[in-house]
Structures are given as C-alpha cells and as structure tokens.
Design a protein around this ligand. Structure first.
Ligand code: AMP
Length: 411
C-alpha cells in the first residue's frame, strides 16, 4: 500500500464551513479598519533571518527555538515569518514611508509560522490579524489600537473577555530595572525552576511567564517595572489609561505582563478569553515599540501595534448555524441536463445562488440534494420544456414561465 499523507504536524486544512467563519471575521475586521483609516499592507511569508533575530530579539523564545529557518539555493538564510511587526517596519523603511504624513496606519491578515508544541489553539502555521501605527508616540495611538481590538472582539461576540495592561518603560529605565530584578532573582536562585535560573542574565523578565509554582511564589514578591517608570513614561501610561477610562474600556492593570518579544517599550497589553484553555488563552496582544525601526536600520521612529490569533478567536466563539448554500436548485431529468445547466448559469449571472445535480441523481434524489443545500426553492424542468417551481418549505408547487425565471425567482 502506498503512503497516506497527512497535513504536517501542527498544521491544518481549512474546510469550506470553517473558511466561511474566517471570511466573516475578516469582513468585520476590514470594515473596522476602513472606518479607522488603516490601509492594508502585506509582506512576504519569509524574510531574511537576521531581520527577526535583530527585530524580535536573540534572547526570545521565538528566535531561540521556534523559527522555521532554511538556506535557499543562493546560500541566504531565510525564515518563515513568526510575527508581523518586524516585517512591517522593514517595509516602512524600505518604501521610505517616513516621508508620508505620520503616523502610517496599516493592517494585515495572513499566515505565520512557529515551531511550537501543537495543542488546541497552538499551531505551527496559524493566522494573525495585525494592526500597526508607525510614526507617532502619542498615547492616543496606544488607546486607539487597544480600542480597535476591543471593538473587534466584542463585535464578534467573544465571551469572557479580559484586557491586561502594563507599561515596560523605555530601554534605559528597563535596563536599570533588569539589573534590580537580576539581583532579586540571584538572591533567590535556589527556589527558581532550572529554565528560569539559566536565563537570569539573558532575559530575567521571562521569569514572570514561568508556570513553576515555586518560581511563581518568588515572582509574586518581585519588584515590578510599572513601579519603576521614569516621569515621562509614567505620564504617557497615565494618559493611555485615562483615555481608556473615558471610553469605558475595562482593563486590569497587571505589572507581571511582559510579552514574549524584546522590542516592546512603554504600553503593553493582552486580551484573553475565559472560554479558552489557560495554556492558550491569549486572543491577541501588542504594545509600543519605539526603538524597533531604528534597531533594524531605519530613522528613529516610534510605533505601536498588536496581533490577534484568528484560530483562537474562532475557538472562543461558538460555531454558528451553517448558512444555506443555495437559493435555488434546478432539478431536471438527465436528458434535460443541458437546459438545467443553462438556467443555472443565467440565475447565477443575475446574482442568485443556484445549484444543479452534478452526480447523476434521480429526480427524487435531486430534491433531497436541494434540501441538503438548504435551497428555498427548486425549479423542476420536465421533458416537454416546461417548468414548475416548488417552495421547499411549504411544498407548494406552481408553473414557472421560463422566460421570466430570474424575475420570479428573485422575489
Ligand atoms: P504574539 O505575537 O506571540 O503576541 O501572538 C499574538 C497572537 O497570535 C496570540 O495572542 C495568539 O492569539 C496567536 N498565536 C501566537 N502563536 C500562536 C500559535 N502557535 N498558534 C495559534 N495562535 C498563535
């Protein structure tokens, strides 16, 4: 027997019913972004490996162990994009977008790749909806972005939403805080999980993400970055919170929120849903990255953005009733197949969802198929070139003037 293939580990096929739910989500997002003045920007599915190493950060889990990296025929190291922001900043620089009126507001939708251990809501190829605002450090931008994601998730009806919010300050204040945290962790090294202990020098902030009980107890008492903000950072954060308060957006202030990427400065946030497993409960998150554009070779430019996981959003939502697939089913004995085909084309041309039998069914079988497709009406062609139309709900049937079929069936 020959090998039976399966989709690669951590990937999945999107079947038609699922595709429809995605499309509906996409349309809600597109409408929201259009109203808020965001343009669509799409970058390639892979980039120079170094862009992510420098942009996302060498010390992060993503760069450290989750990237799909390969060498191409020209001996270049390329990586399937694990996230959107670094690539969008690369595009901003490459196309001289700093010369446009600032800020530049963009959104994107597409596949991303991370070599993670697969589980519900965690895949190796997943999809993100992404929003970025580059070229303004105004707290209005942070608030607008957070409110857009809040609007989207509420508009879609995601249950049990929770927004966590914090500020990570600027690189200088964070460096001082990191030293303080390192000293705190070193003094308690014996109580920390080995993987946390190993990374005290490299990335002490990640200790806040540990699931280890003893480590969590240590972290419960640890100094927090939000308590160490410089005056301008503290004012910026207070302004963001005040804008959210005025808009009535509920959030929880959470000084343990660090996010898994190095480039964040000032505001960071995450939306979770109680409907999801704790292991993969985050629907989306983001924050400000005022040093990123410069770090990857552009002019010093502030930025802020978020990414939301499409699969997570759909997991958190109940699957809706399937939509009917057809308005009209055209049934005919097999000798009249060509006439049925022509009528279906005519009806589709007029904007109706029309179907016909493609499997050699008997007339009775065709009526069953019409039912399965949820068609409201069936047209039944006979051998004499006449036609009747049946209301599939009431079963009522009457003659149909084929010359005026579109008009009659559009009602
Ligand atoms: P991140 O860039 O890690 O903040 O991810 C943003 C969002 O993308 C997360 O909140 C998730 O909803 C989603 N996401 C991240 N990684 C995965 C994954 N491996 N599988 C599915 N969704 C993911």
């Amino acid at each position: 027997m020959s090998k039976r293939f399966q989709a690669p580990r951590g990937t999945f096929d999107i079947l038609p019913a699922e595709a429809e739910r995605r499309e509906a989500t996409y349309l809600v997002a597109a409408e929201l972004f259009a109203r808020a003045g965001y343009g669509r920007l799409e970058t390639p599915a892979f980039e120079d490996t170094e862009l992510f190493a420098r942009g996302v950060g060498e010390g992060t889990d993503i760069v450290h162990k989750e990237m799909f990296t390969f060498t191409d025929q020209g001996d270049r190291s390329l990586t399937l994009r694990p996230e959107a922001t670094a690539a969008i900043c690369r595009a901003y620089i490459e196309h001289g977008m700093h010369r446009l009126p600032q800020p530049v507001k963009v959104w994107s939708w597409g596949p991303y790749f991370r070599h993670e251990r697969p589980q519900a809501g965690r895949y190796r190829q997943f999809h993100q909806l992404d929003a970025e605002v580059i070229g303004s450090d105004s707290p209005l931008v942070d608030a607008e972005l957070i409110m857009l994601l809040d609007d989207l998730l509420r508009g879609l009806g995601v249950p049990g939403l929770r927004l966590r919010l914090s500020s990570l300050g600027t690189p200088a204040s964070r460096a001082a805080y990191r030293e303080e945290l390192r000293a705190y962790l070193r003094a308690r090294e014996g109580k920390l999980a080995p993987e946390v202990r190993e990374r005290i020098s490299e990335n002490p902030l990640r200790a806040f993400d540990s699931k280890d009980q003893a480590t969590r107890e240590v972290m419960g008492e640890a100094p927090l970055m939000v308590e160490r903000l410089d005056q301008p950072d503290a004012e910026h954060f207070a302004e963001v919170r005040s804008l959210l308060d005025q808009a009535g957006v509920p959030y929880v202030l959470d000084g343990t929120l660090v996010r898994g990427l190095d480039y964040y400065t000032r505001t960071v946030f995450e939306f979770e849903s109680e409907a999801l497993d704790a292991q993969a409960a985050t629907l989306g998150g983001g924050g400000r990255y005022d040093g990123l554009v410069e770090a990857i070779g552009g002019p010093a430019t502030p930025g802020c953005g978020w990414a939301a996981g499409i699969e997570r959003i759909l997991l958190a939502l109940d699957a809706p009733e399937p939509e009917p697939l057809a308005d009209v089913f055209v049934a005919a004995p097999s000798e009249q197949g060509a006439r049925a085909f022509a009528l279906v084309q005519e009806l589709r041309g007029a904007g109706l969802r029309a179907e016909l039998d493609l499997a050699g069914r008997s007339l009775k079988g065709q009526m069953k198929q019409a039912d399965r497709l949820g068609a409201r009406r069936a047209v039944i062609l006979d051998d004499e070139g006449k036609a009747e139309v049946r209301d599939m709900t009431s079963g009522e049937q009457e003659e149909l003037d084929l010359a005026r079929a579109v008009e009659a069936l559009s009602r």
